[in-house]
Design a binder for this molecule. Structure first.
Ligand code: GLV
Ligand code: GLV
Length: 337
């Protein structure tokens, strides 16, 4: 008997081969690098036992309904699962695979890049050079100065793998202290992924409140997952508490930060700058979007995990999770629903 699986994007060869090596699979695939058409998906998912999808594909009740009762597994090519209705999966006993470990280093690297870009005004400086403005701004002592990372207090909203891997990278820069907020304010982090908490080489402690984290941090890093309780966690009140020389970095999900409030905070110089890999309503950011008018904001198109190695790992891991779900075996990483 064959099982139908639906794959919502072109896959890297290694992952494609893993799926194609299983002769019992009928692979129905959206063969494109563009997001999968929703109506195509709803139509083609009918009768599928497994779905391999991207973070841009909403996995909700409607999709599961369209698939039918035989659906066993959803494998998401992502660490975040906010696009997936977990309750709907749980209700139907459908397993959910994801890729939470293989992208940690790549995203932590990018968050360091964004901190430095925001503090050292990388985007603004490149923009001026690209516009031919260098000759009108020769070297001078205060040209493009910004805050320095040495001595910084770094505040983490969310303190999972990526946040802890970022902290690990920041310690050699000479930061002085780390504060973090887990979903339960004032609670110690659940896991100590790198031994940073058992033997901290910089003082590392839970913040008592978001107010404390906002007002004491020189760098705030958003690394939490998106949920109703984290939506707009960074809002006008948060910015009002931040230091004028602080920078905000978001490598998690756009809606954790209220974009309008961020634009206003940058305009009013309530904070020094921002480095974003994600934003509300991505990828629909037209050229006249107000965030693009902010010279102190670096905005990247959600490329946190975009290293060649990591994308190969994410692809093969998603394929393995899909196969494990179909075969009733252990996944590489499965979400506890
Ligand atoms: C990227 O944002 C992911 O969730 O993998
Ligand atoms: C700036 O980079 C300098 O040369 O001081």
């Amino acid at each position: 008997t064959t099982s139908k699986v639906v794959v919502t994007r072109n896959l890297i060869d290694e992952a494609q081969q893993l799926l194609e090596a299983d002769n019992s699979l009928e692979i129905v695939q959206w063969k494109s690098d563009q997001p999968c058409d929703r109506s195509w998906l709803l139509e083609n998912v009918k009768g599928a036992s497994g779905i391999l999808l991207m973070l841009s594909d909403k996995c909700d009740d409607e999709l599961l309904q369209a698939a039918g009762e035989q659906l066993k597994v959803v494998a998401s090519f992502s660490v975040g699962t906010d696009h997936v209705d977990r309750e709907a999966l749980k209700k139907r006993n459908i397993r959910l695979g994801y890729t939470p470990t293989c992208l940690t280093d790549a995203v932590a690297d990018l968050s360091v890049m964004l901190i430095l870009m925001a503090q050292r005004r990388g985007g603004e400086a490149m923009g001026k050079v690209a516009m031919g403005e260098w000759s009108s701004m020769p070297w001078h002592p205060l040209l493009m100065v910004g805050p320095q990372i040495r001595g910084a207090t770094v505040g983490f909203l969310g303190f999972g793998r990526i946040a802890q891997a970022t902290l690990k990278r920041l310690i050699p820069f000479g930061i002085s202290r780390a504060l973090y907020l887990t979903s339960r304010a004032g609670q110690p982090a659940k896991d100590d992924h790198y031994g940073l908490l058992k033997e901290p080489s910089v003082p590392t402690e839970p913040a008592k409140s978001w107010e404390e984290l906002a007002s004491e941090s020189d760098v705030v890093i958003v690394g939490c997952s998106l949920s109703p309780s984290t939506k707009h966690l960074v809002n006008a009140d948060f910015f009002a508490k931040m230091k004028k020389l602080a920078v905000l970095v978001n490598i998690a999900r756009g809606p954790v930060v209220d974009t309008n409030a961020l634009v206003e905070a940058l305009e009013k110089e309530e904070i020094f700058g921002a480095g974003l890999d994600v934003i509300e309503n991505e990828p629909n950011i037209p050229a006249d979007h107000p965030i693009l008018k902010q010279p102190r904001c670096v905005l990247l198109p959600h490329i946190g995990s975009a290293t060649i190695d990591t994308r190969v790992d994410m692809a093969t891991e998603s394929a393995r999770n899909l196969l494990a779900g179909l075969r009733g075996e252990a996944m590489v990483n499965e979400v506890e629903l």
